[in-house]
Design a protein around this ligand. Structure first.
Ligand SMILES: O=C(O)CCC(=O)C(=O)O
Length: 216
């Protein structure tokens, strides 16, 4: 998928917002792809976290499965139905590489987490730190792209209680955080329903995050 790397806005050193990274036509293609992945096998499921609560998103992992009970990556989704994870397709991996490149960073993604947020979907503040320690130490980025309704993406510091900044992630926007920002707390405070491009016919939002460091 060809992309136009345009504006990049530095929110913090190492944390960059890439507005309009995907054209509307590219968003349609990726939106259809997300639907087909989510209805594939194994498809959408609602993760239950360690404390027993259910997340408000539906999730499918590609390449490796992130287990929300053990906080580890695995080849089957052992917390749910034991099914082997779908492969991470080469063109999606390349999209992650290009997004990182547009932010001046490098990544060789081995996992992509696809989340679907319904109109009430949220994600609590958390750190992504289950990847291999050397990839964290190297500051290899988390690379994300959004499709659908605008999200109130919240980026904080390195402690849960640190103050946060909200970035509105619109359909087609990229967001990359690595280097000094790799371990920042982040989450999604909610969506702005009805803001997705009409042609997507999507109530809610898809978000894909690419990471390196799941493989042992
Ligand atoms: O949906 C987003 O923009 C953030 C997703 C996220 O934080 C995650 O998958 O860990």
């Amino acid at each position: 998928m060809k992309t136009d790397a345009g504006t990049r806005i530095e929110i913090f050193p190492g944390a960059l917002h890439l507005p309009g990274f995907l054209s509307v036509a590219q968003q349609y293609v990726l939106g259809a792809r997300c639907r087909s992945i989510g209805t594939g096998s194994p498809g959408w499921y609602v993760p239950t976290v360690r404390g027993g609560g259910k997340m408000s998103v539906r999730m499918v992992c590609l390449g490796y499965h992130w287990n929300p009970k053990t906080y580890t990556y695995e080849t089957r989704r052992q917390d749910y139905d034991g099914q082997p994870v779908q492969a991470l397709p080469g063109d999606l991996r390349d999209l992650g590489v290009r997004l990182a490149g547009a932010a001046g960073m490098q990544i060789a993604p081995d996992v992509c987490i696809l989340n679907y947020y319904g109109v009430d979907g949220k994600m609590g503040l958390h750190q992504d730190k289950d990847e291999r320690p050397e990839t964290l130490r190297a500051g290899l980025p988390i690379v994300s792209v959004s499709i659908g309704d605008t999200a109130k993406f919240v980026l904080g510091g390195f402690n849960r209680k640190d103050s946060t900044t909200t970035v509105l992630l619109k359909s087609g926007d990229g967001f990359v955080f690595g280097g000094l920002s790799r371990l920042r707390y982040h989450g999604v405070a909610g969506l702005l329903p009805g803001t997705a491009p009409r042609g997507l016919a999507l109530n809610g939002r898809f978000n894909l995050t690419f990471r390196e460091g799941a493989a042992n």
